[in-house]
Write a protein that binds this ligand. Structure first.
Ligand code: MN
Length: 144
């Protein structure tokens, strides 16, 4: 599987600017840099980002539209939500979370930067291998 074969959206180049905050390889293609910024983010199997917070004084936060593969979204203190193509995730400003691929699957989502005031992302600690490897059998309350 190549990143460009995952969906109709080109994966772009490997995202080497974010390696400090990702475990594993990811690709980033900014589909929109005007009006509402939208990036296409592709994760290799096992790749996920560190815990992080999208801060904003007003509005802000992030939306994820899943386009391919299988992955996870988890908020601090809550069980992980398993994600499949077509899923939509609303991430409020100020909520600590991570998102990324399942251990055995590529994963791709569009990341929409919700407009706001004084928006800034704070990067925190990595998702531990122990916590991540335990996700596979995690109960998924969102799955119907
Ligand atoms: Mn995020």
């Amino acid at each position: 599987m190549k990143p460009d074969e995952l969906s109709v959206f080109p994966a772009g180049g490997e995202n080497t600017a974010f390696t400090a905050w990702f475990s594993g390889k990811c690709w980033l293609n900014m589909l929109s840099t005007e009006q509402v910024p939208i990036g296409n983010v592709t994760f290799e199997p096992g790749c996920r980002n560190n815990w992080h917070i999208h801060h904003a004084a007003k509005g802000g936060g992030q939306m994820l539209l899943v386009t391919a593969g299988r992955g996870y979204y988890q908020e601090w203190g809550s069980p992980a939500r398993e994600l499949a193509p077509g899923d939509v995730v609303h991430i409020p400003a100020g909520v600590k979370h991570w998102h990324g691929a399942a251990p055995d699957s590529w994963f791709q989502h569009l990341a929409i930067e919700v407009p706001g005031e004084e928006c800034a992302t704070e990067w925190c600690e990595p998702v531990s291998d122990e916590a991540y490897n335990n996700l596979k059998g995690a109960e998924d309350p969102w799955k119907k």
